[in-house]
Design a protein around this ligand. Structure first.
Ligand SMILES: Nc1ncnc2c1ncn2[C@@H]1O[C@H](COP(=O)(O)OP(=O)(O)O)[C@@H](O)[C@H]1O
Ligand SMILES: [Mg+2]
Length: 610
């Protein structure tokens, strides 16, 4: 029996089916072949049974051994064809369904990559994961088995009932009555189990979430001695799940034995009635034998049919969720201006890179790195302004710093340069071009960013640094690491640059991860560099050490820095002090100190603390 997949129903069955068929349509010839084989297999089984009648009446009763042997060989061939067809369509269906599912997974992944950050802000990772695991699984299972089983059981059931009617109309009434009883029993039982299965699923999801949270928050749990407390909560959830599962499985476990008993009763009643008819000479023995075999066969397809329809419906509900995700609005990218990279030879004879914007006509303008905000207004949710009327400019090669208290909107500003989010008012110009006119991919390629929450991928240290520029040589990677002062700690690791990093680099310290992130940005040779609290977890001594490297990285680039430590931003060309999404002060270090405003407070406050 297939795994329980829930009794979920799609909101719009037709639409989900249509979209699923769209994917299946790529393999329509294979599917047609499957249908033909299903038909042959079912036909052979139903017809094979019917052959009992002539075999008994024409060969066994008259004692025609030769004829009997031929007839049995004929029957054998027929059943063999049936069996081969069954084997064939199962293999084909597995192959086809895996292709369909792989296509769906591929398209889903491709689409998810195109979704805007706004989408990820509003949906949990668990939700995304369950599209890729649970939902894809149920679709796969339904494609593997259910589609063919539904067709086969429907054909078998129809064929059987037709054959029963052909063999003996009156006696068929008995079977039909029994089939009706079974049908209603299955429906009733399904409704009851659905109730408890739904509850079971809800409790299961609850428990899963709890375990996940516990694992993720292990340190905090241990620090605050929350084990007992959590155990207590877990016990309650576990108990609730146990109760719901027992009931659900109780009902569904009742199903098969009940159907089997009903089918035996059906058989017994039919056999008695048939026997009486045969004694009375109103039914020949051949018909009776064939008839009774059909009776035995009749319950299974009915049970199978209803069950598989349920599976298909819940798979369609899963498919619907997948397709809904695929219909989510992707990031808008209507930009036409491209960024092209031209190589140039630097003073020391080494190859460096230069970039140029290329408009639709192919005209090249060298990239300078001039970024301007003109009265930019933005909120993550439309009516909640996070940034209000931000205007600023960064001329090529300038270093611009943002300071301000937590939540002031510093990260938000730089998220906008990248076009992670769409602004609601004003415009952002990059070398005089509205960033909305630049192809997103190219815009982002021209900016290297060390984001506030560093992310490292599973792979070696080299892989992680090279992430910034896939064409970098090992030597370039090492040089970037030296610039970021990461080289010395990397060398001390057991496998040096080949050390594997797992789960976001949890085998490194926070500061080391930041050094790698800086190296990653350095290797990209970006015209514009953005550092968001890039050195927040690095001690002051190391920070001094990397300062030189950082200066080298920043050399000739437009740089945006956000830093808590004001010593880091002191040498910036312009410092913007942000408060509640507006720039309240701006100027260089000296000017801001003279103003004796917010910056002065922050700066002298820091002095006191140090
Ligand atoms: N992804 C997000 N969705 C909704 N609100 C956000 C999001 N990120 C930040 N905010 C809100 O925007 C404001 C500014 O945040 P941020 O720019 O991260 O501040 P910071 O200056 O500390 O970097 C905060 O009030 C924060 O709650
Ligand atoms: Mg921030």
């Amino acid at each position: 029996m297939a795994r329980y997949t829930g009794y979920k129903r799609p909101k719009n069955t037709k639409k989900a089916l249509r979209e699923l068929f769209h994917y299946m349509g790529y393999h329509k010839w294979l599917l047609l072949l499957v249908a033909v084989l299903v038909f042959i297999s079912t036909g052979a089984n139903v017809a094979g049974t019917y052959l009992l009648k002539p075999v008994i009446n024409q060969f066994i009763l008259p004692g025609d051994i030769r004829g009997l042997i031929y007839a049995l060989i004929g029957m054998g061939i027929m059943y063999l064809c049936g069996a081969l067809s069954t084997f064939g369509y199962n293999r084909l269906m597995v192959k086809t369904s895996q292709k369909v599912v792989a296509d769906i997974r591929r398209d889903l992944f491709a689409h998810v990559q195109k979704l805007p950050l706004k989408y990820f802000d509003a949906h949990t990772h668990g939700e995304l994961m369950s599209r890729f695991t649970n939902d894809v699984d149920t679709v796969q299972e339904a494609l593997n088995n259910s589609f063919t089983m539904v067709i086969q059981s429907a054909l078998t059931l129809t064929g059987t009932v037709v054959m029963l009617l052909v063999l003996n109309v009156n006696m068929s009434l008995i079977v039909i009555v029994f089939l009706c009883i079974m049908f209603f029993f299955i429906k009733w039982n399904g409704r009851r189990s659905k109730e408890y299965y739904d509850r079971q699923q809800a409790f299961l999801a609850d428990i899963n979430g709890f375990v996940e949270e516990m694992a993720a928050g292990q340190k905090v749990e241990k620090v605050f001695n929350h084990e007992e407390e959590d155990m207590k909560v877990f016990r309650e959830k576990n108990e609730a799940l146990r109760r719901a599962s027992t009931k659900a499985l109780g009902y569904s476990g009742m199903m098969v034995p009940s159907i089997v008993s009903l089918s035996y009763a059906n058989y017994a009643v039919s056999a008695c009635a048939g026997g009486l008819l045969a004694i009375a000479g109103r039914m020949d023995l051949g018909s009776l034998a064939a008839y009774l075999v059909y009776v035995r066969q009749s319950a299974m397809p009915l049970n199978q049919f209803t069950q598989q329809v349920n599976f298909i419906l819940s798979a369609l509900a899963g498919a619907e969720r997948i397709f809904e995700m695929m219909h989510e609005e992707p990031e808008i990218d209507e930009g036409k201006v491209r960024l092209v990279r031209t190589e140039k030879t630097g003073e020391n004879g080494r190859i460096g890179y230069a970039y140029a914007w290329q408009d639709e006509e192919g005209k090249l303008t060298p990239l300078k790195g001039d970024v301007r905000f003109e009265n930019v207004t933005f909120g993550y949710v439309p009516d909640q302004k996070v940034l209000d009327g931000i205007s600023l400019y960064a001329k090529p090669g300038q270093k611009i710093a943002f300071v301000g208290s937590t939540g002031a909107g510093k990260t938000t500003i730089i998220n906008l340069i990248n076009r992670f989010y769409e602004i609601q008012g004003g415009r952002i110009l990059y070398d005089g071009i509205d960033i909305r006119d630049i192809r997103k991919e190219d815009l982002r390629r021209s900016l290297a960013m060390v984001i506030q929450d560093t992310h490292l991928f599973t792979g070696t240290i080299t892989d992680n640094i090279r992430y910034g520029n896939l064409s970098a040589t090992d030597e370039e990677v090492a040089e970037a690491a030296r610039l970021a002062n990461a080289d010395s700690f990397i060398r001390r690791l057991p496998d040096g640059y080949r050390t594997m990093l797992y789960s976001d680099g949890s085998n490194l310290s926070q500061g080391q991860r930041q050094l790698l992130a800086i190296a990653r940005a350095a290797v990209a040779h970006p015209p514009v560099l953005i550092l968001d609290e890039a050195t927040s977890s690095i001690d002051t001594r190391t920070e001094r050490l990397i300062e030189k490297g950082m200066d080298a990285i920043m050399e000739g680039r437009t740089v945006f820095v956000i830093a808590h430590r004001l010593s880091t931003v002191r040498n910036s060309k312009a410092i913007m002090v942000l408060e509640h999404g507006t720039i309240i002060e701006r100027g260089d270090h000296e000017e801001l100190l003279e103003q004796k405003g917010r910056y002065y407070q922050l700066y002298t406050g820091m002095y006191e603390l140090e």
